[in-house]
Design a protein around this ligand. Structure first.
Ligand code: ATP
Length: 439
């Protein structure tokens, strides 16, 4: 297997070649740390979000969905603490003027990691990560507005709207998937840390006193979810935040970490945010945000257990974890071992040769799969071996081949990407066969 940096380079080029991920505004030389998702990338992204939404919202009675706006009242970010405290320590190299996050291990040695100057840095200063812009036609301070750096605040300010309209009782949660923006000082590692990204966040409101128990439940549930996405167990671990790592709002926090080619780093954050956010919004808005327990008439501000994971980061982990190079039947191949639920293309349909009516028959099968909303791909170009390799690299779990035998008994072969085992299945059974395995 290749060196870690090699793996990242190979993945970046595979993602471009196969239409997963392109650099943003590439023809202009690219924009720093933002990426565009191509035909396969957008499918993977949708599948990641669908998997999260299904498990967090559709399979539960105690979680409601929300899609809050990106632009919010500027007071929200004062109440949340982001205006005062959502910053990273920034240092600048005296020689090359490049800027870095002061807490990066690479700059702890006081040597510039880019130009190599020793004793390169002065005092660190705090740099706020929120993107600022103006709302309306007048650019004055009263019109300043921020692009949200997290989706969570939209859930807090809508806490009572949702609790009352959905007639939920505490404990219950609000789930959101949406874009977030952070003017990161040191973005990088492909889509690991970008300035525009998407989050999948759950805010789960509980009675104070039951928060520790709920925290444990969500911690376990989130780990289960990653395992169900096929991520290797030995590549995942929990990391508890020590007192100096804890965010200002958190009583307790665990990260789920993944072992990326560039080391163990955060994948998802699970936080006990106490009643910090709702209390602050109550204070800053002057509106009561208490919950009244209908059975006891007790009033309290709920505690919040939050689970927060990036869509892009989930994609990166799925791509890295699934990537493998191997030799089969004497030939090298690259495989993206995505689980079928996440794979962008579910089935590829090939005629073995371009004659004897096989292409027409294969196209008909392909069209019937598409009509049934199974993302199928038709390919008749090149040798069958090359067509298999292209699909292995794209992460397609099954390849269906229409061959001479099909004209005799109506059966086709289905080849499994991982085991390479081929089974013969009746043409009209292919849809059912695939659907059974997608469930
Ligand atoms: P860090 O300390 O590494 O900057 P964080 O602890 O501030 O990250 P959270 O605020 O907990 O991150 O964000 C929740 C999740 O959102 C992260 O676990 C990650 O999956 C995703 N995320 C956060 N920042 C980014 C980013 N800049 N690019 C891509 N995904 C991100």
């Amino acid at each position: 297997m290749s060196e870690p940096q090699d793996v990242m380079d190979k993945l970046v080029s595979l993602c471009k070649r196969r239409g997963y991920i392109f650099q943003s505004s590439e023809i202009y030389g690219g924009t720093g740390s933002v990426w565009d998702y191509g035909p396969l990338g957008v499918e993977l992204k949708r599948n990641v979000k669908e998997a999260w939404w299904t498990s967090m919202v559709h399979m539960r009675d105690d979680v409601e969905g929300l899609d809050a706006s990106i632009l919010m009242h500027p007071r929200v970010w004062e109440a949340s603490g982001h205006v005062a405290g959502f910053s990273d320590p920034l240092i600048e190299c005296k020689s090359c003027r490049r800027r870095f996050r002061a807490d990066l291990p690479e700059v702890q040695e006081r040597q510039c990691p880019v130009c190599g100057t020793r004793d390169a840095f002065g005092e660190a200063r705090q740099f706020n990560l929120m993107f600022k812009t103006f709302m309306g036609p007048v650019e004055d301070t009263s019109a300043v507005i921020y692009l949200r750096p997290e989706t969570a605040q939209g859930s807090y300010v809508n806490f009572l709207n949702i609790q009352q309209s959905a007639r939920q009782k505490v404990p219950f949660g609000i789930a959101q998937i949406g874009k977030a923006f952070r003017n990161e000082i040191t973005p990088g590692n492909f889509i690991f840390r970008t300035r525009e990204f998407e989050q999948m966040e759950l805010q789960f409101f509980v009675k104070p006193g039951s928060d520790d128990e709920w925290f444990e439940q969500w911690k376990a549930a989130r780990m289960e979810w990653h395992l169900a996405n096929g991520i290797r167990k030995e590549k995942l671990r929990f990391h508890e935040h020590g007192p100096d790592e804890l965010a200002h709002y958190a009583k307790k926090a665990f990260d789920i970490e993944y072992e990326y080619p560039f080391g163990w780093k955060e994948f998802e954050g699970i936080h006990n945010r106490t009643d910090f956010d709702l209390s602050r919004h109550q204070e800053y808005s002057g509106k009561r945000l208490e919950y009244i327990d209908p059975s006891t008439n007790e009033r309290f501000i709920p505690y919040v257990v939050e689970t927060a994971v990036g869509v892009d980061r989930t994609m990166l982990v799925a791509l890295i974890d699934g990537y493998r190079e191997e030799t089969v039947e004497g030939e090298e191949r690259v495989v993206l071992g995505l689980i079928p639920k996440l794979a962008p293309i579910k089935v590829a349909v090939f005629p073995l040769v371009k004659k004897d009516g096989l292409p027409e028959r294969a196209e008909k099968l392909h069209a019937s799969l598409r009509r049934a909303a199974v993302n199928s791909f038709y390919d008749d170009a090149g040798s069958i071996g090359r067509r298999y390799r292209r699909q292995d690299e794209a992460g397609t779990p099954w390849c269906v081949t229409v061959d001479g035998q099909t004209s005799v008994d109506g059966s086709v072969t289905i080849r499994d990407r991982d085991t390479l085992v081929q089974v013969r299945v009746a043409e009209d059974r292919v849809l059912g066969w695939v659907k059974e395995r997608l469930l």
